[in-house]
Each structure stands twice: as structure tokens, then as C-alpha cells.
Design a protein. Structure first.
Lengths: 407, 407
């Protein structure tokens, strides 16, 4: 394919991860190597900033900051949950691209973002504007179809595995046959993250915590869980449960949905851990329940990120640039190479049922063999005055040349 | 004072910390140096195991395991919240001590445990049984009187400072003027832990997160908090709040009222973060609230422990042994040397009011100057197959020689 000279635009979208900035660093670092790329811009807050022509000059950032992005959590460009809907929105995006001679667009995000990238790509084609769009996958949820695994996932399960092992030390010290410790982890539609906590078990120690992993893939069965907890309390003196926030009952209702109303009479959102805790307290008189909900902590815990994951995220960014320059306008994954954007958008990759043990609350060797490689290696995060330090971009603005746009 | 030959008994009590095992390692390592110490025993589950003559032989543990205790969270001997009450209990403890020729008793714990140690010491004196008792302080709460600071505290605030900085990266990426992120941290009666989150701010960046620190020392004022949050949302696009679990209103009622009490009659807590989230959602229509509750994670996060804290905990154990052998039967702290056990038991060290800024939601330079040194240095925790690894004692039991005792 013919060489295409012009500018690069990168955007980040959806929930941040520990390594989405590593992909950004990979894109910037690689783009600098290619002379046909003139400017490297970042769009602030994903498509939201692109619509408003809020662009920054990434080439103006110091090399230290770009390097520090490799271990910085969050999304340094800002992100959004805004979904382009109107045709007018898509046309505005292209108008902005044309105004700044954007010929390469890299969009880092999950399912929705891949869908957005796909639509922009198609509109550009229709209009005969030469544009190469590559979606770079990221999601802690690991549920992007086509991908074997997704940057962001390894780090969240690495952090949680160590955390579960640490809480287990604490629980083991306190347990006197009545301690039930619940850790609610992310995962609305698939149990990938909860399953990953199984890596806290030592090899050949199936009785190691977590004792129960409650997945959205397995409908919640109150009687069974109570029986499981009782049995484990007897054997281990404490019971450590990992529950996915998206746990559902046999009718598909979230466990938390029917639990309680808040002080103002609104239905309480979230809280599968709290709801489960209440159920156990009622079902097992005398049980002492402790609920931890790391919440956003788990997807931002860059100080405990997986080096494998971080490196793959960086490589994904680099490879996306190389592929785009070579003329491939598709979706890149570390293992499977490129896949059409339209294949990946809006699908959800489920945790394979055959990786769940027959007890329905633990993972088998197939899962462990899959997940183990993803958490290998530790990222060396620099500390300053005792606290981990992260990149902060200067965000030098690119001059706007278009009239304002109402979002 | 005359040399006292005999055996050592160590017990751990109360809530575990990241470094209580470092103190245990210090005691064992130091005791091995002194020939007048014959056996080194551990009591399982604090006084509970001692009452039941559940002792293990710590000298039989491998040196690797004792060394690994220096970075292992939890309480390797097990702990308890059991409080000796009956005179019969105290007499049983002495009976066990006599049966095993225990002449040195080291009790690692917080306020309640220091009280227990004090009473045992006094009873031994009354009975003319030569026994040297030293309480080794530990509490993440940092509220032991007499101590300048307490092993355990530095590690919890180091972990939280990095965590707050990480969540802030995430929040900053997502914030569009409506995101309110709440992190509920431990701290029942004093705001030491919540205050420590202030270390997440960079020097000379007072607008860095956490934007609001809500302390038990400052009665909750709903109108003021709503105003504060609105102002910060306007300025920063997101608002990161750290709230102590023990937050109270002007009447002294916990924000999340809960009638349950633990074994010591302290109110059982949980839910200040959720309660605050509801108040904010109600008071600021459109606010998107995210609540994280690290719960036990924060006090077990040994992978992010403070080297200063861990080293001090180890030194406290060593020094306790040296002091006991020299004939000092008191309470040891790293900075202040020894203090009478009866002074430290049951007191609570409050966070000085003059360290809180006039805005009532941030800490001044006096606090930062105090807390900064406590989080310096990182503990190198070994990783195996991608997960942090911790010590597990073999727990070789010491033969029982007394009749069973009903607890």
C-alpha cells in the first residue's frame, strides 16, 4: 500500500486500566520513528474532546513523561463514556480530522470504543478521505471477543491475587470458625476478574483461599453457598469468598438489586458483597462477616501491575502504529494479530464454562494455565518520598481552527 | 538485676498489621542470641491459645521462615480478640507459664493487649513468680498513648497514599464535573489513618487529591461537605474524598449508625463511605458517586509496606528481648524507650487538633512533617509465579502437661 503522510491522533476511551497509558507510550514512541508521521496529537477525553477539537501536542511532552506513562495508571489523555450516535457527530469527527490532517487514528478502548472506531473508519471510506483507523484493545474485564486476552486484565488479577493472599494471612490469624471474609471485585457481565483471584492459591493447594469464587456465569444459589461456607468454616476456621459485582440469581437479577433501599428510599446500586454478607449473617448465626470492596483501586493499582501485561500494552501500541503505516486498518491484538474492527465491536467474550470446576466455585487447571502467564513479572514503579510517582502530561494545546461544536 | 534463665513465650493479639510479624521475627532472632533463654515458644491465638496450652516451638522453624516473617502480613501465631476477664483466667495463664518455665512473656498488641500484659505482670509479682513481661506495641490505628508512632501505622498510610494517587489518576481521566470518589479507610476513634492519606499530595500542591479528608475528630457537617464537594467539582472536575470509618455527627453518632458491638464493647463499624455517598448523591443531583472500601486489604498490604515501619517493628522486637533480659519489665517503643504498661493500656492518643488545617478537611505541614518519615523506603517482597509470597510456620506443637481448660 502507498505511503500515507500526515498526522497521528490518539484517543483513550472507557474505564481506565493500569496499562492503557503503556499503549499510549508505545504509540508515541513508535510514531516518532516514522518520518511520514508529522505531528502526534492526543484527543482529550476520547471522542468528546475530538468533537470539541480539544487536541494536545504529544510530541511536545518530555521523553521522561512519555517513558513514565509506561507505569502510570488512569488514562493520561482523559477518557469518556460518550458514545457517538448522531450522524452529525461522526461527520464532525471527520471534519476535525481533515482540519488537522489526521491520517492515522488510534483509539484505545473496550467494546464500545472499537465500535466507534469502526464507524469512523467506514464514514471516512465513504467520503474518500484516506484514513487509517486502528483500535487498540484495553479492558480489565478481558471480555473483548477475538482477543485471547486483553491488556489491563493481567494487572488487575495480579494485584488481586497478591491482595487475596494478604487478606488470607489476616483472616487466618483471626479465624476461629466464624470469620467470613468477602472481597467484591469488578466484572459485570463476565467472571474473568473473579476467576483470576484463583491465582492466589499455591500450586497443588486446592484448599488455599479464595475458598469460594462466585461468578456471574453461575447463578447464585443461596442454600448451596450457605452450605459451602459452613463446611469451609469448619475445615479452615475462616472462609474467604471472592464475588463478582455482577453476580446474578437464577432469574438473572443482580444479587444486590433487591437487597435494600438507601436512606432516601432509592434502590441501592452495586453491593453484591454487602448483599452476600447480609445473606450469610442471616443464614449462619454468629458468623462475623467482613466485606472489602476495592472498587476503582483494583484497576488503578499500577504499583502492583504485571510486567507482562504492561509490556504487551506497550507492544500493542507500537504494533498498531507499524500496522497502520503498512496500510492495515484493523484491530490489533498481541496474539492474534489483526481482526476486523466490526468483528470485535459489541461482542462479549464469556469465561469458558469448561474452565470452571464441577463445584462451581473454583477454577480448573485450564484456566490457571491460561491466566498464569499474564501476571508474570513486576513493574518497577519509582517512589518519591515514599509514594509511587506517576506521569503528568503538560498538555500543550493544539490551536483550534474550526467553529465550536455543541455536544 | 540478676540474670533470669528460662523460656520465652510470644503471643500476638488484636487486629493484624503488615508488620506485626516483623516484631515476632525480631524477638525470635534476638532471643536466639542469648544463652540464658532456653526455649522460644509461640502461643497460638494470643491469650486464647495460652489458656489452652496451645504452644508451638518457634526455634524449630526454619531460618528462612523466620526471615520471611519480616515481610509477611497477618499474625503468624494467630491472634484473638478474647479479653481475659475472670481472675481464674489470669491464674490459668500463670499456671501455663509455670508449667513451661516461661520467664519472658512478649505480647504484641494494641491497647487492650497492653492491659492484659499489665495484669499478668502484676499477678506474677503478687505470687512471687519471677516473670518479665513486655508489651510490644502494634496497631495500624496509631492511637497508643505514650508512643510517638506505632509499628503498623506507617505501612497502612504508605499503601493508602499510593492507592489514593492511583485512584486519582483514574478519577482525573473520568472526571467531567460530576465524579465523586470516596475511599473509606480504617480509624475507629482517631483519624490517624485518614490523615495519612494526605501524603498522596505532592509537596506544594495543596489542590492535589485527596481533596477532602473527613476525620472522626471533626463532627460531620452535611451542608459544609456538600458545599465543599460542589466547589471542588467545579475546580477539579472530580472530587476525591477520604473518610474515616469512625466519622461522627455533632451528637457523636456514627455516620453509619450500627448498634452491633465487638467483644470489647466497641461499636462495630462499616459503611461511612456508603452513607456519605448517599448523602452526596442526594445533595448534588447528577453526581456520580464511586465508593471504595479497602477494608482488611489496607492493613494486610505487605507488598506495599514501609521499610521504615517494617524495620522499626523488627527493632522493637529485638529491643524488647534485650530490655527484658536486662531486667526491664515494661512497655517498649522505638522512640520513647520504655513506659509503664499501666500507662499505655486503655488510653487513646488523639490526632492533635492543631495539625488539622482551618478548612477542617486537610492536614497542615506539622502533620506532614510527622508522618513523612514513617513511609520511607519500600520492602522487597519476593514474588513467585507472579504473586507475592509469604511465610507459613510449621507450628510444631509443644507437649501439653496440664489438664484441659474450658475457655
Amino acid at each position: 500500500m502507498a505511503e500515507l503522510a500526515g498526522n497521528v491522533l490518539v484517543g483513550q476511551s472507557g474505564g481506565p486500566t493500569s496499562v492503557i497509558n503503556a499503549s499510549l507510550a508505545g504509540i508515541v514512541a513508535e510514531a516518532l520513528n516514522h518520518e511520514i508521521i508529522e505531528e502526534i496529537y492526543g484527543g482529550l477525553n476520547g471522542v468528546l474532546g475530538i468533537l470539541q477539537e480539544d487536541l494536545i501536542d504529544l510530541a511536545a511532552e518530555s521523553q521522561q513523561q512519555i517513558r513514565a506513562l509506561r507505569h502510570t495508571p488512569g488514562a493520561a489523555l482523559g477518557t469518556c463514556r460518550y458514545k457517538l450516535k448522531k450522524q452529525q457527530d461522526f461527520e464532525r469527527v471527520l471534519e476535525v480530522f481533515k482540519a488537522h490532517n489526521i491520517r492515522y487514528f488510534f483509539y484505545l478502548g473496550g467494546n464500545d470504543s472499537q465500535d466507534t472506531a469502526d464507524k469512523i473508519s467506514k464514514l471516512a471510506q465513504q467520503q474518500g478521505y484516506e484514513l487509517r483507523v486502528i483500535g487498540v484493545p484495553k479492558t480489565i474485564d478481558n471480555d473483548l471477543v477475538v482477543t485471547d486476552h486483553c491488556p489491563g486484565y493481567g494487572s488487575v488479577i495480579k494485584y488481586l491475587s497478591t491482595t487475596i493472599r494478604e487478606i488470607a494471612c489476616d483472616n487466618e490469624a483471626m479465624g476461629q470458625g466464624d470469620l467470613v471474609s468477602i472481597v467484591e471485585v469488578m466484572g459485570r457481565s463476565a467472571g474473568w476478574i473473579a476467576a483470576g483471584a484463583a491465582l492466589a492459591k499455591r500450586r497443588d493447594h486446592p484448599h488455599d483461599p479464595p475458598h469460594l469464587i462466585l461468578l456471574p456465569e453461575v447463578p447464585f444459589n443461596q442454600e448451596k453457598v450457605i452450605e459451602d461456607v459452613k463446611r469451609i468454616l469448619k475445615r479452615e476456621k475462616y472462609c474467604l469468598i471472592v464475588v463478582a459485582e455482577g453476580l446474578v440469581d437464577a432469574d438473572g437479577n443482580y444479587l444486590a438489586a433487591d437487597s435494600a433501599t438507601d436512606a432516601f428510599g432509592h434502590a441501592k446500586l452495586g453491593g453484591a458483597g454487602e448483599a452476600l454478607g447480609e445473606i450469610i449473617e442471616h443464614g449462619i448465626p454468629g458468623a462475623k462477616v467482613r466485606v472489602a470492596r476495592p472498587g476503582l483501586i483494583q484497576r488503578a493499582a499500577a504499583h502492583a501491575a504485571s510486567k507482562t501485561d504492561s509490556d504487551e500494552a506497550f507492544l500493542a501500541g507500537q504494533a498498531a502504529v507499524r500496522a497502520a503505516i503498512a496500510g492495515e486498518t484493523e484491530h490489533y491484538t498481541v496474539e492474534t494479530g489483526l481482526a476486523p474492527l466490526s468483528d470485535i465491536a459489541n461482542g462479549i467474550k464469556k469465561l469458558p464454562r469448561e474452565w470452571i470446576n464441577e463445584d462451581l466455585v473454583s477454577m480448573n487447571f485450564q484456566f490457571l494455565r491460561y491466566a498464569q502467564p499474564l501476571i508474570q513479572g513486576e513493574v518497577a514503579v519509582p517512589y518519591d518520598a515514599g509514594v509511587a510517582t506517576y506521569a503528568r502530561l503538560d498538555k500543550v494545546r493544539v490551536d483550534k481552527s474550526l467553529p465550536a461544536y455543541e455536544v
